[in-house]
Design a protein around this ligand. Structure first.
Ligand SMILES: Cc1ncc(COP(=O)(O)O)c(C=O)c1O
Length: 300
């Protein structure tokens, strides 16, 4: 397609972007704190907050400084090398949580994809090749890769793409009896948001989370907390699990982790991490030095 149009307008969206979003009718060009300005210089208060991402506001000076500094030093290495910002961030995340090991990725979906793969891999390699069942909840949301959208379980997001990953069951949220009815020794994981986000802001009750922990322990299943939306201080604690004291086996975080720079992380304990070896999982961009430098500033 030849480019004849030089003006960049909201109308251009309808011509050149995959038609999966319905963005506002103006185009923000600048952000500072909780405000954005459009192409005409009109000022808005940004109540969208980047969908739970810009927790420190737009262009927070500490994040800008971290990005500037890192962008003049080193942009990208891939997983052929490690890098200082990723190691520093991993050290700080493990020091601040239950976890010993971190996998970095670029989005919430990717962190969850890694979490679900790890849960299955750990169970099938360490316990039984038949231990693959994942229990998830009605109105959950875990991302848009095919595995995560299937665990999320909402037909409007997961139907129409052909055969889905199998052995995933959904039961009502906050209903421990429903979980008891489906959990068995073939269950490898229960996946839950401590506060459901996209499905309406619904907190899991402390009794529910405590019950899930007990059921996981009884059946040698892993408890996976999706804290993509609740993580990074957005509930008043660094992670929402700290409110109840129920400790997961795997935790995912993204959104506010980079304050607007794409970065996500999956956290887990040593014994679970050890199920994986070089090559079992990976990503080109995960652990990118710029993303990790910004996330470190955000965490600080
Ligand atoms: C709880 C939860 N998990 C996962 C995701 C997916 O994250 P991403 O859009 O970065 O892939 C979201 C996004 O809204 C979310 O709220």
């Amino acid at each position: 397609m030849s480019v004849t149009q030089t003006s960049i307008t909201r109308e251009l969206f309808n011509e050149v972007i995959l038609p999966i979003y319905a963005p506002a009718q103006f185009v923000p060009v600048k952000g500072q704190g909780s405000r954005v300005w459009d192409q005409q210089g009109k000022e808005y208060i940004d109540f969208a907050g980047g969908i739970a991402v810009t927790a420190l506001g737009h262009c927070h000076p500490a994040l800008v400084e971290a990005l500037k500094k890192q962008s003049e030093q080193l942009w990208h290495l891939s997983n052929i090398y490690t890098n200082e910002p990723a190691l520093r961030l991993a050290q700080k995340l493990t020091a601040a949580t239950f976890a010993d090991r971190v996998f970095f990725a670029n989005s919430g979906a990717e962190a969850n994809e890694a979490a679900f793969k790890l849960a299955r891999y750990y169970a099938t390699q360490k316990i039984s090749p038949y231990k693959t069942k994942i229990i998830a909840f009605h109105h959950a949301f875990h991302g848009r890769t095919f595995f995560t959208v299937t665990v999320g379980g909402q037909p409007k997001y997961s139907d129409g793409f052909g055969p889905k990953p199998a052995d995933i069951v959904h039961v009502p949220f906050n209903d421990l009896e429903a979980v008891k009815a489906v959990i068995d020794d073939h269950t490898c994981a229960i996946v839950v948001e401590p506060i459901q986000g996209e499905g309406g802001v619904t907190p899991a009750t402390p009794e529910f989370l405590t019950g899930l922990r007990q059921l996981c322990d009884q059946h040698q299943a892993l408890l996976v907390f999706d804290e993509v939306q609740t993580g990074m201080g957005r509930t008043g604690k660094l992670f929402a699990y700290e409110h109840t004291g129920v400790i997961p086996d795997i935790l995912t975080t993204a959104k506010a982790l980079g304050g607007g720079f794409p970065v996500s992380a999956m956290l887990t304990r040593e014994a679970i991490a050890q199920a994986m070896t070089a090559g079992t999982h990976g990503t080109t961009f995960g652990g990118n030095p710029m993303a990790c430098a910004v996330a470190e500033a955000s965490l600080d």
